[in-house]
Design a protein around this ligand. Sequence first.
Ligand SMILES: NC(=O)c1ccc[n+]([C@@H]2O[C@H](COP(=O)([O-])OP(=O)(O)OC[C@H]3O[C@@H](n4cnc5c(N)ncnc54)[C@H](O)[C@@H]3O)[C@@H](O)[C@H]2O)c1
Length: 271
Amino acid sequence: MSNRLAGQVAWISGGASGIGEATARLFANEGAAVVVADVGDADGQRIADEINSNGGNAVYTSCDVSNSEQVARSIETAVERFGGLNIVVNCAGIVHVGLLHEYSEADWDRLMGVNLKGIFFSLKHAFPHLRRNERSYMINVGSISSLVGQRATPAYTTSKGAVLSLTQSTALDYASMGLRCNCVCPGITDTPMLRKHLNTTPDPDETLRQRVRRVPMNQAMQSDEVARTIRYLACEDSAGVTGTSIVVDGGYLAAAEWDTADDAPAPGDDA
Ligand SMILES: NC(=O)c1ccc[n+]([C@@H]2O[C@H](COP(=O)([O-])OP(=O)(O)OC[C@H]3O[C@@H](n4cnc5c(N)ncnc54)[C@H](O)[C@@H]3O)[C@@H](O)[C@H]2O)c1
């Protein structure tokens, strides 16, 4: 434990699972007081309890990020409980699979409500507290689909593209007020969200193997790997970095095409 986040208070949406959970645990290990804000009440409470019994400082709040009042209440809890707020991590996210013409208006609105409007609400309700600090941090979790398209998830990719745009605009508007705002764009990451998606296919393990063939590092990212990039952006290790995105994807976006199973020798390879 490096105590990089000692004295900081972090509000983490989606903290009850996957990347958000890994971030909550890592931040607590680094000395931050952590508010886990999620709709997964049982998991969120368990994670906060585990952090507390390991000597950390955490509280769980039941909070649907698409609901402005609930976000306001959750952020108030952070401030009342821990005396302020320094870091906001927007990690809550959902996916809806289908072609756009098959979507209902409610499907579209629900996804945009969680993935995008939730970030607006977090800034709206957190900023009055963040502005009291000399420095504060917002990290929005986008995706590789913030940068490229992806099949059969049109609202998701649109929301994630917008997460990056919103990150850039937020960085500009609040830079003079001490807030740095950045985006982390994970590639294929082994979380309950990914597993749920894989489990809709006949052979989930085979589907994952096939998907990671497209990844030069030939592996899915782990939540903790993404969490460590989020931590970098949540402290002065990243001083001067704002309005940008960091991709954590094992090289996925670096290659126009890739197949790890392709064992053809590379040009200049003597083998
Ligand atoms: N897993 C991947 O491959 C991957 C890739 C790129 C980006 N991401 C992004 O990373 C973030 C975390 O995803 P994950 O893979 O850890 O998923 P996950 O499903 O494991 O965790 C998401 C969390 O968000 C919570 N959540 C959902 N709706 C909510 C709401 N309305 N209010 C509050 N919380 C809500 C869920 O309960 C869950 O705890 C998401 O924004 C996702 O889009 C994931």
